[in-house]
Design a binder for this molecule. Structure first.
Ligand code: SF4
Length: 339
């Protein structure tokens, strides 16, 4: 049994001052992924700082410039059901509610959602090597069972996927992550927060040692009229995405003024394609053009055997979700899927 020290912080300055600089401190809020990682001996902090009582992290509100500020300590469920999120950012609400289970969403926080680690089965199995767990040891998923694994942005060192649904919507909505730490406050564009595996697959994101996520800011444009989130998975609930798609459209009639598309379940980070979005701008919102966007997104896609099917599945999902965004009511609870 490993012993550890537990401390409750009353505010952000205290949380930062309590954190040790040697990498042995972990902040804990909901703890839903942290406890898994701990039980599987992937992480082993010697100091745990409880940040559940930090009121600075617990707010959701619209700022004067129309930007939505979501506290890092707010629970996923509270975020999804918040009236401002439901009305102005239904894409975000739908994506959150597609993730995990009601019990987990009631406990898990927004900051923790960004920081969850891959569910690659080899990552949790100490009987096999894994470059993410032990850098340089190898990647058995490459030639092993890789049905859940990535088709975009992979490296020869890791083909794991990032499991969040919420983050796929945040990527499409062009969110910004606010963090604070020993060197002060900074903001990170959502596209720059999570990392591709490259030759450092042990690093999931660009948070520095001792830094704490304080809030997520979402620009005013929420694509509340034409949006859709589609999650394809092996079970209807409590399963990670094989492929997910977040789509937001601004339309003039049926002509696309602006498009946002981000994919989940296909890469080491939420996958947004600016070239596909540029392709759609000015075109008709129809299956043919969504297929063209899908071809651009998947141009570099590569399967590893068991996950080859994801390339075709992703294309169909992008087309279907684009069409669903034209009739967002078709995805609301109780709505029947169209034929
Ligand atoms: Fe480890 Fe990544 Fe390979 Fe999975 S895909 S075994 S996490 S290196």
């Amino acid at each position: 049994m490993n012993s550890f020290e537990y401390k409750q912080a009353k505010d952000i300055p205290e949380a930062l001052s309590l954190a040790r600089a040697d990498g042995t401190t972990t902040f804990v809020a909901g703890g839903t992924n942290l406890l898994d990682l701990w039980k599987y001996n992937i992480t082993n902090p010697s100091q745990l700082i409880d940040i559940n009582h930090l009121t600075e992290l617990s707010e959701i509100r619209l700022l004067e410039d129309g930007v939505l500020m979501i506290g890092a300590g707010v629970r996923n469920a509270e975020t999804a059901y918040h009236p401002i999120v439901e009305q102005n950012y239904p894409l975000l609400s739908r994506a959150i509610l597609a993730g995990a289970s009601p019990q987990i969403r009631n406990m898990a926080t927004n900051g923790g959602n960004l920081l969850q680690r891959t569910r690659c089965y080899y990552f949790y199995d100490h009987e096999v090597p894994c470059n993410k767990r032990i850098p340089g040891s190898g990647c058995p998923a490459m030639s092993g069972y890789n049905r859940m694994h990535a088709i975009l942005g992979t490296s020869e060192h890791c083909i794991a996927v990032f499991p969040s649904d919420m983050c796929v919507a945040l990527a499409a909505l062009d969110a910004v992550v606010n963090v604070t730490g020993p060197e002060g406050n900074r903001s990170i564009a959502f596209a720059d927060f999570h990392r591709l595996p490259g030759d450092t697959p042990h690093l999931d994101n660009n948070l520095k040692e001792g830094e704490l996520i304080t809030a997520i800011k979402v620009p005013e444009k929420g694509f509340a009229t034409n949006y859709a989130y589609l999650k394809l998975r092996d079970r209807h609930s409590y399963a990670f995405a094989l492929v997910s798609v977040a789509t937001g459209l601004a339309l003039d009639g049926n002509r696309i003024l602006e498009a946002r598309i981000a994919l989940g379940g296909v890469a080491h980070k939420p996958w947004r394609s600016l070239s596909a979005e540029a392709f759609l701008k000015g075109r008709e919102a129809n299956a043919e053009n969504f297929a063209g966007a899908a071809d651009l997104i998947l141009k570099e896609a590569k399967g590893f055997g068991h996950n080859d099917f994801k390339i075709k599945l992703a294309k169909k999902a992008i087309i279907r979700n684009g069409l669903m965004a034209l009739k967002p009511e078709s995805q609301l609870p109780g709505a029947q899927p169209s034929a």
